[in-house]
Design a protein around this ligand. Structure first.
Ligand code: HEM
Length: 408
């Protein structure tokens, strides 16, 4: 097999041949990224899992050899200059342990489960928008608004302000690649959340922001600044990821009519277990998070036979690890009923996705609603002509045109 170009043309549409090449030929390899930063890419499942849980790999961008966090070259998009804040994805224990424990008291799996009927109602309301029509863009009209309204609702953003979030989130999504737009959107969201926290302090409710304000741990409270950063990271980490779970997932199904029919049958018969395993398989097969967020070596270490120096950035390629034939049988085949599926789509170790219970609920509700409301949904474009948004960390469609028989 010859070397496949990383990050080149066609890469975002199908990165898997390049990842297969790396996995086989250079499983831990130093690459210069499009941003100019050099980082180690880890592509085998066993190495990836180990790296995600390795305490010698710090999440603190201040550990980067070039320390260019403030320039926005490492860290999450939109964090730059005054926008840099402290949150779960850029800190290590013991601060990470404290903040994660505090937020976990507000964001419990039980609380999230109680939210499921609201997510389903929201999905149905969005599907009402397809009434009387025979075509739609599933990204713009469904996958994009669903998570933003769901998280706003959960955080306790008043309904009259939620469309502002839709606009800011749109700025983040549509300007990705152009830092200015993302930075402005981050700044506005953050400013709004800071004010909302301030207002809610006087009248706590049963929403997540009130829970964050209430959260205390051995007398230790979240500061207002920490609560705002936490609310922001919940929105940020839970928005584009879920858009892509629905978008990439629906595309995979639409391209595989046998699996789609299987899921539609099971869903119509109320067989929830196939829906559950389908969400896991779609996360593995073409998950939203292509690379886990940045990690930086704090001491010399060996990864997959390579010597990594202190300060070196390490990026774990979840999408490559989840197609590793050493771990998954027939990794390039979509099998919605796959039993043995310990995918890394939500990460692994202490930074394992906090929002996984919510993401699973949203994924289930989206698939179930779309299959029920659009029983003969089909792709309305040549899959090769679809346009992708390939940021460094996430990968998803810009649009997903579909056709169906109008509901009558
Ligand atoms: C962390 C994936 C949805 C909140 C992560 C990580 C991954 C991930 C891979 C680990 C990153 C790393 O180790 O570098 C996903 C996927 C989602 C999703 C695929 C949707 C399908 C959500 C949602 C929320 C959320 C809905 C919240 C509402 C978080 C937070 C972290 C995180 C706060 C940081 C946890 C920590 O550092 O302790 N997610 N996520 N995610 N996710 Fe998600």
């Amino acid at each position: 097999m010859t070397e496949h170009a990383l990050f080149g043309e066609g890469f975002a549409a199908d990165p898997y041949p390049a990842y297969a090449w790396l996995r086989e030929n250079a499983p831990v390899r130093r690459e210069v990224l499009p941003s100019g930063v050099a980082a180690w890419l880890v592509t085998r499942y066993a190495d990836a899992r180990r790296a995600l849980a390795d305490p010698r790999l710090s999440k603190n961008p201040g550990r980067h050899r070039a320390a260019d966090h403030a320039s926005g070259r490492v860290g999450i998009p939109g964090e730059r200059g005054a926008n840099v804040m402290t949150h779960l994805l850029n800190i290590d224990p013991p601060d990470h342990t404290r903040l994660r424990r505090l937020v976990s008291t507000a964001f419990t799996p039980r609380g999230v489960a109680a939210f499921e009927p609201r997510v389903r109602a929201l999905a149905d309301r969005l599907a009402d928008g397809f009434a009387g029509r025979g075509s739609a863009d599933l990204i713009d009209e469904f996958a994009f608004p669903l998570p933003i309204y769901a998280i706003c609702d959960m955080l306790g953003v008043p309904p009259e302000d939620q469309d502002d979030f839709r606009d800011w989130a749109g700025m983040m999504l549509h300007t990705s690649g152009k830092r200015g737009g993302v930075g402005r959107a981050v700044k506005r969201m953050r400013g709004y959340l800071g004010e909302l926290i301030h207002r809610k302090r006087g009248a706590l409710g049963d929403d997540l922001i009130s829970g964050l304000i209430r959260a205390s741990d051995h007398g230790e409270h979240l500061t207002e600044e920490e609560a705002a950063a936490m609310a922001f990271i919940l929105l940020f980490a839970g928005f584009e990821t879920t858009v892509n779970l629905i978008g990439n997932g629906m595309l995979a199904l639409l391209r595989d009519p046998a699996q789609l029919a299987r899921l539609r049958r099971a869903s119509a018969e109320g067989e929830g277990s196939l829906l559950d395993s389908a969400v896991e398989e779609l996360l593995r097969y073409d998950g939203p998070v292509e690379l886990a967020t940045w990690r930086f070596a704090t001491e010399p270490l060996t990864l997959g036979g390579q010597r990594v120096a202190p300060g070196d950035p390490v990026l774990v390629v979840l999408a490559a690890a989840d197609r590793d034939p050493e771990r998954f049988a027939d990794p390039d085949t979509l099998d919605l009923g796959r039993g043995d599926n310990p995918h890394l789509g939500f990460g692994h170790g202490i930074h394992y996705c906090l929002g996984a219970p919510l993401a699973r609920i949203e994924g289930r509700a989206a698939l179930e609603t779309l299959l029920r409301r659009l029983p003969d949904v089909r792709l309305a474009a040549d899959p090769r002509a679809l346009r992708w948004r390939g940021g460094l960390i996430m990968r998803g469609l810009r649009s997903l045109p579909v056709e169906f028989t109008p509901e009558g």
